[in-house]
Design a protein around this ligand. Sequence first.
Ligand code: ISL
Ligand code: CA
Length: 556
Amino acid sequence: MTQGTPWWKEAVVYQIYPRSFMDSNGDGIGDLNGITARLDHLQELGIDTVWLSPHFDSPNADNGYDIRDYRKVMAEFGTMDDFDRMLAAMNERGIRLVLDLVVNHSSDQHEWFVQSRSSRDNPYRDHYIWRDGRDGGPPNNYPAFFGGSAWEYDGATDQWYLHYFAKEQPDLNWENPTVRAEVYDLMKFWLDKGVAGFRMDVIAFISKQPGLPDLMGDERFRPQYVYARGPRVHEFLHEMHTEVLGPYDAVSIGEAFGVEVADIAKFTDVDREELSMIFQFDLVRLGHPHWRQQSFTWPEFKRIVADTDAVAGASGWNTSFLANHDNPRMVSQFGDDRPEWRERSAKALATWNLTQRATPFIYQGDEIGMTNYPFTSIEQYDDVEVRGLWRGLVETGKVSAEELLANLAQTSRDHSRTPVQWTADAHGGFTTGTPWLAVNPNHTSINAESQRDDPDSVFHHHRALIALRRSHRALVHGAYRDLDPEHPYVYAYTRTLDDETLLVLLHLGTETHEYTLPHGLRVGDTLIACGRVPEPGAATVTLEGWHSSIHVVSHG
Ligand code: ISL
Ligand code: CA
């Protein structure tokens, strides 16, 4: 680590979705002991930080993003002893652990909500957001992300409660200082165990609009941009920083769904003392702002990258990621997952992800180039979002079943949630039982075991890139310059720090091209290449389909 630089700027993070990572006891569900058993894989890959998706006690209306008890481990995942052993084993390998903090909402089975809904004068009533209905309907026109209204009527007290997501995920009332104190307390509980910090679920949504007025016009179709603009969000985050993050020197990665690129710095500027970095969604959602797949161009992609890099400025920091548990597989969405191009395009995307001026996040399975699952029927899906779309669109006759299914086959969250493919054996070696979600049949050709023995594999390419990032500070801290922003399929950029300039060359397409570097640049030595290696000193390079390479730059 460089002196004076926070460790998390130089970190490489790996996201684990525990339900799908590794099952140790044959019940078909991934668990903490499964993670502990597979730490060699992560160590070999070279990552130094794990973000663990929720492992807390939950009735699983949304796979753990509905928490019943913030201080308990989900029984299906193991025990607190298993957690402690896992954390110790990670730390022994120099791997830090970041937990998922889901406090915009809790489960409707959380004790607070059970109390809250029991009577209007219960001491926990104000832990959540209750309102009278309007003309026999919900208090306003807010939609929930998983379908229907964001309000649920509760007959016991004849009022409605707010839930931005499923009705089993009631939103907590952050206006209530007791709620905030409870959250800071539970954060300390896990920090005291030695975790490094938190990824914070939809954290920009915690402050609600005063008076909860109706959404107007188009806002109804993209409510996240209103939900993320509550007037007190920065005040609450600053308070959290003062109370917890600062004193513990904990890292914080805010999931900033609904936050625009122009507003990133309001969350991440160090002087504001809020968050270390955020996930901004323009890039990952370029091809599928919602359930519908749409086309995008590489110049659009590059523009988002450049804008995002520019706003971080001197005092903020960014994340880079092209997938997570809420999005399709990286190679299927941004690359070309046909067998002849799958590995090369996965490598090119990995090269992009690991050469940004940002902390890179690798989603489990992407390090071996896992692809979307060949879903064909609605029964094959598990996700609460998919079920909401089916009810809201197909059952109401707004969209045909064929159309929704054709789009979900490209965009569903379940593509990323199929189990990790460890071996060519039954169920990809993920479980000896029946997996909770089917393993992709292509595990016979895409799996960790075969790639570990193959120096040309996607796995080893990730490994080499991570090692390169560690040995070249310019790849972490260097200024970013896009050399050819309007080129439709060549992506050429430099990263410059002090007297070192590195050139990244990506060809995002299948045809072979001769490409002449702009601005009189010439390639120097090649640090890594997937495709033809140019002669040192060359000004024109041959870029085969999905070429990717990193070079030292020399000026012609
Ligand atoms: O995945 C989405 C719909 O396609 C997004 O709207 C997603 O819900 C949003 O990015 C917030 O995600 C987070 O909060 C949700 C949870 O379902 C996601 O898994 C989580 O990452 C509610 O807790
Ligand atoms: Ca299990």
